[in-house]
Write a protein that binds this ligand. Sequence first.
Ligand code: GCB
Length: 650
Amino acid sequence: MCTMCVPAVSAVLGALCVWAMMDAVCPLSGGLLFPRESSSRELKELSGRWDFRADMSPNRNQGFDRAWYQSRLAETGPVIDMPVPASYNDITQDPALRDFIGWVWYEREVVVPARWVADEGTRVVLRVGSAHYYSVVWVNGVKVTEHKGGHLPFEADIGSVIRKDPTSPCRITIAVNNTLTLDTLPPGNIQHMDDRTKYPKGFFVQNIYFDFFNYAGLHRPVLLYTTPKAYVDDITVVTDFLDNTGLVKYAVSVQGATSATLKVTLLDKDRQSVASSSEPSGVLKVVDVNLWWPFLMHESPGYLYTLEVQLMAADERSTYEDVYSLPVGIRTVNVTSTKFLINNKPFYFHGVNKHEDSDIRGKGLDWPLIIKDFNLLKWLGANSFRTSHYPYAEEILQMCDRHGIVVIDECPGVGIKDIRSFRNASLNHHLVVMDELVRRDKNHPSVVMWSVANEPASEMPPAEFYFKTLIKHTKALDPTRPVTYITDSNYARDKGAPYVDVICVNSYFSWYHDPGHLEVISIQLNTQFENWYGKYQKPIIQSEYGADAVPGLHSDPPMMFTEEYQKVVLQNYHDVFDQKRRQYVVGELIWNFADFMTAQGITRVVGNKKGVFTRQRQPKAAAFILRQRYWSLANETGRLPPWAKYPCSL
Ligand code: GCB
């Protein structure tokens, strides 16, 4: 595929070939509903063992030069076992694979049910939950799709390819490249070191401007699913309420049928129909509505209805029936100059920042970890998190919907520090990523705000046009949710703040600034809030604060990196939050929920240790401070179920 690439060119140029091709393609066509089984849809998970090979050739392009996709991977060279979903980096003992930059190749042979192949009226779709960063996908040697961006799903209808030779197994080959450039999100660049007195031949490094390990691979489930030829392609739901009546505005789009009949039914938790329609779009009215409430704000948080869409269509050959069920939470979100309102009630974010990160799996989706983390969030009394610094798996957002955990949904715009990353190529890609993110997450009641970036160089002159365009675009995509980006810039120089709805600010007083001086926190934090509010009169969230603590390291009086120091930093911040939350501060999100892996460097001791839990999810002293605070905030501001009033062992 990379005919433009000559062998001597680096991995990054190999990646850029894919790029150029993608730019020619219309970015978004149709919906991308989460694959769900129904009476008309089947699903086949391809999680488990795949064959794998990293292309260690000097230009990382041997796989394309020798067309590894044309035959079984094991026939063109050695393969190793690789789990999917998972990052590949921590699976072996090989440092070259942990730190690998370039193309890796995954392959799996799948038995496709005979009926899927035989029935021409069935669409067979291959879906990749996410692959970091660029991917090219072949089925039986035929290229079926490619995708740019490491955190969002993509898919391809592979029916015609598997029907070409119904007797052969279906061989899926996915090449994934983790090279970051100035125009990727997040950005990065490749630096070649040519001084032979210092570096071996061909030595290059990937420079990144963000603080987490650039894990790579097939991070989320890969699966096959079916729909009938005429199918429900997309559903958009926007909710509101008036007194006791819930309003569900919906629009259904259909593909593969010139005319179709629809039945749209809203079911309550007991699967009783509460409203229905036969129009492709409209408003469903729900009397005595059960609103979707955040965790700890109501006795029964996370109430979900189900919107069941039934499609009937026919062509000259057959009739088709498709059924798709979408969970729907009815709630509103509004922002005033001092408040963040959910269902017209002030909502205070007492939550965390997270990462998709764990031992061995890296950024691979892992159900035991997901459920453990939700249990820990509840144990803490957290009502929210930010998906720092990229979109998390849809499975995680579904858990948030169910449990009432409120989400600030962040795109991977982290580390936009180089002025060249503000150019049109970057902005255009950023707009497409926002298109993909909003398309994927628009129907989650838990998602209450979009964050378009984290700590960009927002004081640089081009930042104004960049963020004005990006935020306007995001608001046009979704006029129902506020938009922000996360700043660490100075209030007087920040170029994008006039365009955001909520100011989200990160600061690390007594850590990166005045290290060791806990006594500065109160005055500096107070000044921070007064300055931002004074200039913009918008509600403020402290979107990051914290300190590293190596678990088990103690000192009294507290010293940096001990559990005591982390604890006292938090307490000093909390004192100021308690004054300002009565005015215009609407939230506090600790950095970070758990320790996480980073690139190696002199400020990181096997990763970032600002977690209140260790990477293995054991609490540090700070977790107990946070727990006490979050539950008492909830007692003060929410309506707790009786079981939650005084959680055990506070
Ligand atoms: C930040 C970044 C986050 C880092 C954190 C830190 O401001 O947003 O990605 O990990 O600080 O610990 O330095």
